[in-house]
Write a protein that binds this ligand. Sequence first.
Ligand code: LER
Ligand code: MN
Length: 282
Amino acid sequence: MKSAVTVCLVSEARQGPFVFHGASPAEALDVGCRRAAELGFDAVEVFPTGPEQLADCGLAGKLADHGLHLAAVGSGAGWVRHKLSLTHADARIRAEARDFIELLINIAADHGAPVIIGSMQGRHEGDVSRADAIEHLAAALHHLGRHAAARGQSLFYEPLNRYETNLFTQIGEAASFLRGHGLPNVKLLCDLFHMNIEEADPAAALVACADLVGHVHWADSNRRAFGGGHTDPAPIAAALRRIGYAGYLSAEVFPLPDADTAARMTIDSIRALDTLASRPTS
Ligand code: LER
Ligand code: MN
């Protein structure tokens, strides 16, 4: 399994669950890439304000300078900054949301990385029934999944906890939705923080979704770096090993007690996985 750490380029998300932030986007990218490489991460996961910034922030040079890959690109700024949602009641806003993600897919693909749909999935409310929202989401994932496939990338769909969405909160129900709608190029992003809230048994849920697990947000129960909360990593490690997961474990966690410590705890926890996976879990 490969390691990644998050870098946030969005000033509005300065309090968000990302390890590296900065006084400016350039500083965040600079510090994030340098420290990720120094600590031995394989990749960074970047949360940009949008397609223009992702295209113009000098990412290719930074990745090359530090020998890093791009694990994934978050699209959440489309919601945080522009209030765009794929399930909005207004068809024009849904189309804008789709265009925003489509452009991100183009640029992320140039760096060999998939895009994440998390917060931009929105929720059902007001005039939008649950059935309507799910149809809007399926239509968007069809369109964007095909767009990503044409550029040689998967698309990641992330179930969120109940305080952030009312669409799919458990990875098993999200997997049934993807299978039921015939969305083969859309994979699940399994965030262990959300799963700690919503799943009865996160390890069993990962095994049940096996072939659809495309990316993992590697976070402890309280959204600190692993070791800072109470999730037992051993059954998770065993489950990931059992399903042959070969993707990234990416630290989308708070920079607590500080960014460097969170990054160091993360890489230590990922390096300990071989030992954990061979430990009996019950
Ligand atoms: C939000 O809670 C989250 O987990 C992000 O990865 C979604 O964009
Ligand atoms: Mn996440």
